[in-house]
Ligand binder design. Structure first.
Ligand code: SF4
Length: 675
């Protein structure tokens, strides 16, 4: 029986029809019948030989098969012992942006009620946190795209800053076909190849570039004065800084010609309908929130946000990167995108959960801080920080020092290999659940195939653990629709209000973008058309200035190392590296480098190179690419072993968002010594 569902990977959530394990694309507004190679091959992970099919418990130094009863009893007993000795916060929880809304919700409730720990965060902190912080600051609300993706089709111009959708979400590019495209990226990516104008700044200087384009907007008479006066506050303070960043000065810092900055300003201003979109390239910096804020300032100066046919948005990466940050697995939030430190929010959610609001812990540390804390145990659901966390070598050592590491996953990821207990869980096509895509639309992903016999849902796992930790069974339902109905009540009245979303409405194919406060409410595909979400209804310019990356090149490490993704793989690669077609397309880590830069250290295309930073070294195959800046090398972060790019990256954090600086560190290139 064919089942209409969605791809398990990125936030575009392309429409897919599954017949058994046979994938076919289907019409859906975000993907328009398209799938990328990850989507076409997604079913291979369902019956992959790498699939986990039984719980594993470490005994005698080895992970050995165990019954579910033994595995869950072991976890509960050791959690209790650690908390009895070291306090509630001795146990931490790490979630993922690929978890369904139901899982993210129940995980947050499990941490705060069953464990009573403040230490819960998730890998979305490494993905969208700077965009979320900047959007909340500017607009009073964070929904990645506050308009449907399909609105982009009418745009005259689109500026993509630090986004490479031609590789990360190829069907998305259909929506850009009619627009003049301005791409800001240190690399000449496939997206940049298709652009009208490619601005190629040095990594870590994009905030300065945004200031230069803003300067050109004002100096060349493109400022939308009426919009700025009626719909915004703070322009004067932002302009005071941008006034000192005239394009020629910006050219000296970024390497982008002043004329190109002015051309970008003119293309956007004269398009009639224009969008500014950002992604990880702007966000994954120690100044990521301010960098996104600088692009928002540009969009506000042009009068784009909250205007039909124009806008500002952030392209979400992970499949449920949007929903995953709305319902409680984030360190500072409660369901409905409520703040954990808001007494009214605590009272509301505690009421739904049937607990005393004062019993709920307060905000905890962000993901990278959590992975460097004095916690004694970590429970990981749907994440692989051994590969995806910054300064991954240090994180691996931290995990090894824990008294207890528990990993729930579909495959034996690199993190699971270090675990004391591994819990095999169901994946996308084997369970019901909802996700919220990059445009804030809630989608139902339905069960299409049976899971392996000894595999359970994450909801089952959480329910089983909660009961063993002394919680009433009724407080932790394991049925996805029952959990969603509770989530609806917990989110009611919050910014991300799902109260009116039901499984029946989703089964009927209704396009419901949050907020949906009532069951007779049609949803909100476009936000901010009348007013922004701040009390005065106005958007806020941010007075942001360029300060540069946390770590600059020097004599010892003379290159800038930047990281990112490739078409064939997804995130830490734990799933896609198991798919034969994807693994053979890009089998191992590579380093993109200008041929002259490679030649200077005796390397040529195809050679093995050692890429080093102050934190570690990676072996990668040289890809000599003439369009690379001579001062920059690029590595994808999807690989493990000696090709683990995050061994290099800098854990310096954005002070607002907690985002690590994945996009810039100082590095060195050398031949691999043959012994
Ligand atoms: Fe679509 Fe993203 Fe899946 Fe590719 S990975 S098929 S772009 S949802």
């Amino acid at each position: 029986m064919p089942v209409d569902t969605h791809c398990p990977y990125c936030a575009l959530q392309c429409g897919m029809r599954l017949t058994g394990t046979t994938v076919a694309p289907r019409e859906f507004p975000t993907s328009r019948g398209g799938l990328c190679q990850k989507g076409w091959t997604a079913a291979a992970v369902l019956d992959s030989p790498g699939r986990l099919t039984t719980p594993l418990v470490r005994t005698g130094g080895e992970l050995r098969p165990a019954s579910w009863g033994t595995a869950l009893d072991t976890v509960a007993r050791r959690v209790r012992a650690l908390q009895d000795t070291h306090g509630r916060d001795a146990v931490a929880v790490f979630g993922g942006g690929g978890l369904t809304n139901e899982k993210a919700y129940l995980l947050g409730k499990f941490a705060r009620v069953a464990l009573g720990t403040a230490r819960i965060d998730y890998n979305g902190r490494f993905c969208m946190s700077s965009a979320a912080a900047a959007s909340t600051r500017a607009f009073g609300l964070d929904r990645g795209l506050p308009f449907p993706v399909s609105d982009l089709a009418g745009a005259g111009a689109v500026l993509l800053a630090g986004a490479n959708p031609a590789e990360t979400m190829p069907p998305f590019t259909q929506h850009l076909a009619g627009a003049e495209l301005v791409v800001v990226d240190p690399r000449r990516t496939p997206t940049a190849e298709a652009a009208t104008l490619h601005l190629q700044p040095a990594p870590g200087t994009d905030l300065a570039l945004a200031l230069g384009v803003l300067h050109a907007v004002v100096a060349d008479g493109h400022l939308d004065k009426a919009y700025v006066a009626e719909r915004t506050t703070g322009f004067d303070d932002a302009w005071r800084i941008a006034a000192a960043w005239w394009p020629e000065r910006v050219e000296r810092v970024t390497g982008v010609a002043a004329a190109d900055q002015r051309r970008a300003a003119a293309l956007l201003a004269e398009a009639g309908s224009a969008y500014v979109l950002t992604a990880r390239g702007t966000e994954q910096h120690a100044g990521g929130t301010d960098t996104v804020g600088a692009w928002i300032n540009l969009a506000l100066a042009l009068g784009l946000p909250g205007r039909l046919g124009s806008g500002f948005g952030c392209l979400t990466g992970q499949g449920n990167g949007q929903g995953g940050r709305e319902h409680g697995q984030k360190a500072d939030q409660l369901p409905g995108y409520r703040r954990l430190d808001d007494p009214a929010a605590r009272a509301h959610v505690a009421g739904v959960w049937g607990v005393d609001p004062d019993s709920l812990p307060g905000p905890g540390p962000s993901a990278a801080e959590l992975l460097d804390s004095d916690a004694r145990a970590l429970l990981v659901f749907g994440s692989n920080p051994v590969v995806s966390a910054p300064d991954a070598g240090r994180v691996t050592g931290w995990l090894a020092g824990l008294g207890l590491l528990v990993v729930a996953d579909v495959v034996l990821s690199e993190t699971a290999r270090h675990a004391d207990v591994v819990l095999p869980v169901t994946q996308w096509a084997e369970e019901d659940g909802t996700l919220t895509n990059l445009e804030g639309r809630i989608l139902l992903r339905r069960k299409a195939v049976d899971p392996p016999a000894e595999v359970r849902t994450d909801l089952d796992v959480l329910a089983g653990l909660a009961v063993r930790l002394g919680q009433p069974a009724a407080r932790f339902p394991a049925d996805a629709e029952a959990v969603f109905d509770e989530l609806r009540r917990a989110s009611a009245g919050g910014p991300a209000d799902y109260a009116g979303v039901t499984y029946d409405r989703l089964r009927a194919g209704e396009a419901l973008h949050w907020p949906v406060p009532r069951v007779d409410h049609p949803g909100t595909p476009r936000l901010f058309l009348d007013s922004f979400a701040h009390p005065d209804g106005r958007a806020r310019f941010a007075p942001v200035d360029h300060s540069g990356p946390a770590e600059a090149p020097d004599d010892e490490f003379p290159l800038v190392v930047t990281t990112g993704r490739v078409l064939a793989h997804y995130q830490s690669g734990a799933q896609t590296r198991l798919v034969p077609e994807l693994a053979s397309a890009v089998p191992s880590c590579f380093v993109e480098v200008h041929p002259d830069t490679a030649a200077r250290v005796g390397l040529a295309d195809g050679d093995s190179a050692l890429v080093s930073s102050r934190r570690g070294s990676v072996v990668a195959r040289v890809r000599a690419v003439a369009s690379m800046r001579p001062d920059v090398v690029f590595l994808p972060f999807h690989f493990a072993g000696e090709g683990r790019a995050n061994l290099l990256t800098n854990p310096a954090l954005d002070p607002v968002s907690g985002m690590p600086e994945f996009k810039v560190c100082a590095g060195r290139l050398s031949p691999v010594e043959v012994r």
